[in-house]
Ligand binder design. Structure first.
Ligand code: NAP
Length: 521
């Protein structure tokens, strides 16, 4: 029953009883997760030796081809991942966000690399920059592959997307990856690795199911650590000597009290009013609200708060909670009972600032499953009229929970948004261009991504909560201060930038692949 890890090209099970992982819907044991007794030092050495060398032999387009092959292998077998995701509480729609979203991201990266990166193993950023009057001395910037590895530590809510959106830029940059999935959904990530491993060069990917004690001790300045998860774990890892003393690159994507804003023009009857209510309910219910980008704070004009509350409540009344796949079910379960306890505790804290206007944290009608054995929770809409209370701006309930709050004018709104102390994603729903401009310019510095939604863009809009591989994902402050995706920016972030100085011709002979012999390439 112990979930094996994929190390040094083979599947190996850890020792001991491990951590039991239960089915989110039935409570039955799915697997046990343990890395006890596994030789993680050998895994790091294998990545450095075999993985780095194998990837180093490939140019960017060749790496892109391997990435594409891996994504297509997953595409063929995605039903297996949907089935496993259902055991973690995900409806088919939820699973598509993770699985199809991950495959799509890998394919976009393969395409961006094929079109935008050279048939080479390094990137030359600029033409020679003259540094002397006679033209005999110049400078250029190059990006080359570090002599390291990429360790990715992922949150439980996106076992496939979270892995692929980190794997894609690391692989393209030539860095071998060790994946450390979160324990509650490690079995889904491990299955995805099973599917893609043969499509990738040897050593390009390994996976540790379970803890990684001592692994950070082996990392240093040539290595990259990509973390997604809670702010508390991010703070702990950021303080590790691998980061503080040896300068391993560390990127954190942490939790976030994302906001959505309704404009004063969007009164009932205007399309933006409905777009706002629809988006809020979507963000509350997709993946049962277990999305780092979900709307936690919904700011609405004070005079519209009753109307918005009614509209959202009417939509929430149509949500059917239950077993993924059961007739009519539109919202699945949280990942486990411990997560439900966490969300209930967070809702208790949030309730101190206002009241629950929809849902009961302790009671929910469930279709196709037992409400107590499975990790089911009602969607919960809160309302906090006293916007000065700290809780809505500080407490993340990582579930189907959102808080409505009133604002009086754009100046107050900008202050309220900033109280989230940095977010991944925000949205403004309004057709009033002046209002939108004011809010966006006032809030941009607090956000990694801002989406404007109105009647004209709604049909093609990718939605508040969906990170796009072409655009940056990550936010300042509480959101972790990191940045992922953003097209080829993420590949560049895994490479080392070096300024080269010398005569223009010698610089050209160093960076120009056509001027090198086969062996040098
Ligand atoms: P978490 O408890 O912080 O865990 C995240 C990952 O860190 C897991 O793989 C966990 O492993 C690992 N971990 C914990 N302690 C560690 C240590 N000392 N050394 C190495 N690894 C360690 O977060 P979670 O409960 O999985 O995810 C929910 C949180 O993630 C929410 O707060 C959410 O907002 C945030 N999130 C953010 C984003 C984003 O893109 N910004 C995306 C998704 C989720 P174990 O599971 O084995 O303990």
């Amino acid at each position: 029953m112990t979930l094996p890890s994929y190390l040094e090209g083979a599947w190996r099970a850890g020792a001991g009883a491990g951590t039991p992982v239960a089915d989110a819907v039935t409570g039955e044991l799915v697997t046990r997760v343990s890395s006890e007794g596994l030789d993680l030092a050998a895994a790091v050495a294998y990545a450095r030796r075999t993985g780095l060398a194998a990837l180093g032999e490939l140019t960017f387009p060749q790496r892109a081809a391997a990435l594409k092959a891996a994504a297509l292998a997953l595409q063929e077998r995605k039903q297996e991942l949907y089935d496993l995701s259902a055991r973690a509480g995900a409806t088919r729609k939820d699973a598509a966000v993770d699985v199809d979203g991950g495959i799509g991201t890998a394919l976009v990266y393969a395409s961006l690399a094929r079109k935008g990166l050279p048939d080479h193993t390094l990137i030359v950023e600029d033409d020679p920059i003259p540094l002397g009057k006679g033209g005999t001395f110049a400078g250029r910037h190059v990006l080359t592959t570090p002599r390291g590895i990429s360790l990715q530590i992922n949150a439980y809510n996106f076992p496939v997307w979270g892995m692929l959106e980190k794997l894609a830029p690391a692989l393209l940059a030539g860095l071998p990856t060790i994946v450390k999935p979160a324990t509650p959904t490690a079995y889904i990530a491990a299955h995805a690795v099973r599917v893609i491993a043969d499509a990738l060069p040897p050593g390009a990917i390994q996976l540790v199911a379970g803890g990684v004690p001592g692994l950070l001790d082996l990392l240093g300045g040539q290595d990259h650590i990509g973390f997604t998860g809670s702010a508390a774990t991010a703070a702990r890892l950021r303080a590790d000597p691998a980061v503080t003393r040896r300068s391993a690159r560390f990127n954190a994507e942490a939790d976030s009290l994302n906001c959505s804003v309704l404009g004063p023009d969007a009164v009932p009857g205007e399309p933006e009013f409905d777009l706002f209510a629809d988006a809020l309910v979507t963000e509350m219910t997709v993946k049962a609200g277990q999305k780092c980008t979900a709307i936690r704070r919904a700011f609405v004009p004070a005079h519209l708060i009753d109307a918005v509350s009614e509209a959202v409540e009417a939509r929430l009344a149509r949500v059917v909670v239950g077993a993924p796949g059961a007739e009519g079910v539109t919202m699945g379960a949280l990942v486990g009972l411990a997560q439900r306890d966490d969300v209930r505790a967070a809702v208790t804290r949030l309730s101190a600032a206002g009241s629950i206007v929809w849902g009961d944290p302790d009671k929910v009608e469930v279709t196709g499953a037992d409400a107590e054995r499975g990790a089911f929770l009602s969607p919960l809409l809160l309302r906090a009229d006293d916007v000065d209370r700290p809780e809505p701006h500080e407490v993340e309930a990582f579930g189907p929970v959102s808080t409505l709050m009133p604002y009086r004018d754009p100046a107050e709104l900008t202050e309220l948004i900033a109280r989230g102390e940095g977010s991944l994603a925000g949205s403004v729903v309004s057709a009033d261009r002046d209002f939108v401009r004011r809010v966006v310019l006032g809030a941009a510095a607090c956000h990694g991504r801002l989406l404007v939604l109105d009647r004209d863009s709604a049909a093609e809009s990718t939605g508040h909560g969906t990170p796009m591989p072409q655009l940056v994902h990550g936010g300042p402050g509480r959101a972790g201060g990191g940045q992922e995706e953003g097209g080829l920016r993420a590949v560049h972030a895994h490479l080392q930038r070096t300024a080269l100085q010398g005569g223009p011709e010698i610089l050209d002979s160093i960076v120009n692949r056509d001027m090198q012999s086969g062996e040098q390439r």
